[in-house]
Design a protein around this ligand. Structure first.
Ligand code: KG4
Ligand code: ZN
Length: 330
């Protein structure tokens, strides 16, 4: 049973074909280069670019999978959350495909798809129930996952997402966009405690906007005293990253304990972060928790995770959506 997935929730236009959890093709075209000069994603540019490239991405994905379209059993598409115009492009394209091929449509939540990424290209038994951790540009959220159709949010950021705060900080330090990756590269272990920055952890939620302000004030203060150098920059950013990833790991482990869950499954672009991966491994091993980290190529937005989850929902849970499915930003 082959499932074709379409992803257009942000700046990546993706189309993938899977057979169960095996990825046959996974084509991604990003409009990132058009957003870089603005230091963030411009929704209209993202939407226009999806419209421009979605058919090419689809054709390339089908060609790579070397599959006749008649073999496809269902079309899976991200319908929330994301940029509304961007989502509409993918949804309408998928509806057209479903109609033309006379196949069912399966609407997929983008965050749930990120949690499916760890199970692509393997036959590991999915460890239900588990704690899901999503850390991306738009979300920092914890879920109790009893199955992929029984997911409950149990903690999230009350202001900026972790990726968003890294991108904003990186912009202040002129590091380029998206900033998380640059901060990851700059991080120096020996400077991780040079400055004492703290993230808010109200209840089991997150708060990252305070640390962003504290870091920016500190930078200005040091600049005014002529005490800002490239070495100090590394110290500031390493201490900032250490505090953000530590808050994520501490809340994650505390939530797993609170809900008595023995597995943690991670997903989202920030899960590529080397220090976050290392701390998650250390904390889960110290607490006898099984940890699932997707390979880096499946951390950031892609359609393979959408097709994989669509295949699971359609084939295992017998779920599909109506052709009236709408886009939701949240
Ligand atoms: O999941 P994703 O591709 O898109 C959303 O759904 O948001 O995540 C994008 C985010 C950006 O904020 C980017 O800075 C961050 O992931 N990111 C990283 C790394 N690679 C990407 N953050 C920290 N370390 C990285 N290596
Ligand atoms: Zn994402």
């Amino acid at each position: 049973m082959y499932v074709l997935g379409i992803e257009t929730s942000c700046d990546e236009t993706g189309c993938a074909i899977v057979r169960g959890r095996n990825v046959l093709s996974n084509v991604i075209v990003s409009s990132l280069k058009f957003h870089k000069r603005y230091g963030g994603i411009i929704p209209e540019i993202a939407t226009r670019n999806h419209t421009k490239v979605v058919d090419k991405v689809f054709k390339e994905s089908v060609a790579k999978a070397n599959l006749h379209l008649s073999k496809i059993s269902a079309i899976s598409v991200t319908y929330k959350p994301g940029l509304i115009g961007a989502l509409v492009v993918g949804i309408n394209f998928s509806k057209a495909l479903a109609l033309a091929l006379d196949k069912p449509l399966v609407g997929v939540n983008h965050l749930h798809a990120h949690l499916f990424a760890s199970f692509l290209n393997n036959d590991i038994k999915i460890p239900f129930p588990f704690l899901g951790l999503i850390v991306s540009g738009g979300h920092t959220e914890l879920f109790v996952v009893k199955d992929f159709d029984r997911i409950k949010s149990v903690g999230k950021t009350r202001d900026d997402a972790a990726g968003e705060v890294m991108d904003k900080v990186a912009r202040t330090f002129d590091l380029g966009y998206p900033g998380g990756m640059y901060i990851d590269k700059i991080f120096n272990h020996k400077y991780r405690k040079s400055f004492n920055f703290k993230c808010g952890r109200p209840a089991l939620d997150f708060s990252f906007s305070g640390i962003k302000t504290a870091l920016i004030y500190k930078k200005h203060e040091l600049e005014n005293k002529n005490a800002f150098s490239s070495d100090v920059k590394v110290k500031l950013l390493s201490s900032f990253e250490e505090s953000v990833v530590s808050a994520i790991v501490e809340n994650t482990v505390m939530s797993a304990k609170k809900y008595n869950l023995k597995s943690i499954v991670c997903g989202g672009g920030v899960i590529s972060n080397s220090r976050l991966r290392a701390l998650l491994k250390q904390a889960s091993s110290n607490n006898n928790i099984r940890l699932f980290l997707p390979p880096k190529r499946f951390c950031s937005d892609n359609a393979a995770m959408v097709a994989g989850l669509g295949s699971y929902l359609y084939n295992i849970k017998k779920i599909h959506s109506s052709l009236n499915i709408e886009a939701f930003s949240n």
